[in-house]
Design a protein around this ligand. Structure first.
Ligand SMILES: Cc1cc2nc3c(=O)[nH]c(=O)nc-3n(C[C@H](O)[C@H](O)[C@H](O)COP(=O)(O)OP(=O)(O)OC[C@H]3O[C@@H](n4cnc5c(N)ncnc54)[C@H](O)[C@@H]3O)c2cc1C
Length: 262
């Protein structure tokens, strides 16, 4: 398995994962990641801390070139997840999820933009770390599930509907100014951190290298023999259970492909 450490991808950003078979109580994404990594290691999976930068078909399979090593594989499962619709600009106070947010933000003010589950889960993480959190939602309706919304409100997180946040950045000084527009009024906003949870797009860079820009199919089996896809990369409904199910299916297909010798 090739991917940058720490292991776990986006799952490490999840504060609380629920509704998975075998999980009696909700656990954090980090804890679930540790459990899954342990199970994978016990089954003999080897992990390589690397990022694949080149992906091509070779005579007898595929060649994956990372920043450190190159690997030849008979079959490949692409599970490269998603990237934020609005990538972070490199400013240290603007984030897309809480994996990059400092742990020590007690007393800081945090603005979260977005109205879905990810925005609320992220806002709760920032609150857990002691920050004062306000969620600004462009629309008048929230998409997040009801228990998350009520937990956020009971933890003192403010929710402002119909409010669009815009940002003006000064990258040379690592600073930014925020403005919020509600109805006809625009005012300046003070915040130590901004976390933009505005949706994510498939991270299909590797797929494009090999598919000559065909869109990623929305199934585990791809049109290329020996190449499979799994998880958020191919799903619109992005959940751990779906990613796990895709992964199992892809692994089983790859195994059959290799055993058949073609
Ligand atoms: C705040 C938050 C809360 C969430 N809560 C829940 C929840 O409660 N329940 C739930 O079911 N789901 C939840 N999710 C969604 C869940 O995290 C995702 O559905 C899941 O992580 C998808 O797994 P994945 O493996 O498909 O993609 P990802 O987790 O995005 O993993 C993709 C991996 O591919 C790696 N990668 C990408 N490009 C390369 C490359 N070129 N070379 C090597 N490696 C590469 C990345 O570094 C990453 O490790 C939440 C997400 C967020 C952000």
């Amino acid at each position: 398995m090739i991917g940058p450490f720490p292991l776990g991808g986006l799952l490490r950003a999840a504060r609380r994962v629920e509704y998975l078979p075998s999980l009696v109580h909700p656990i954090s994404g980090k804890v679930l990641t540790r459990r899954m990594a342990l199970a994978a290691r016990k089954s003999g999976v080897e992990f390589s801390d690397d990022v694949v930068v080149r992906f091509e078909q070779s005579k007898n399979g595929f060649l994956l070139s990372g920043q450190r090593l190159s690997v030849h594989a008979r079959a490949v499962i692409l599970a490269t997840g998603t990237v934020p619709v609005e990538p972070c600009s490199g400013l240290s106070h603007i984030h897309s999820d809480c994996r990059t947010l400092p742990n020590k933000i007690s007393g800081a003010s945090v603005v979260v933009t977005g109205g879905g589950d990810i925005a609320f889960d992220t806002a709760l993480t920032a609150r857990d770390r002691g920050a004062f959190v306000t969620i600004y939602v462009r629309t008048a309706v929230l998409k997040a599930n009801a228990p998350l919304i009520s937990e956020a409100k009971s933890r003192g997180i403010k929710v402002c509907l119909g409010s669009a946040v815009t940002i003006s950045e000064t990258s040379s000084t690592d600073s930014f100014s925020l403005f919020v527009t509600t109805g006809p009024k625009t005012k300046r906003l003070r915040a130590d951190y901004l976390i933009r949870c505005h949706g994510r797009l498939p991270n299909d860079e590797l797929w494009k290298m090999i598919s000559r820009n065909h869109p990623i199919s929305c199934g585990v089996r791809t049109p290329i023999a020996g190449l499979y896809a799994a998880g958020d990369l191919i799903r619109n409904n992005r959940y751990v259970a779906t990613a796990l199910s895709d992964g199992l299916q892809a692994a089983s297909m790859a195994d059959n492909f290799i055993k058949r010798g073609r």
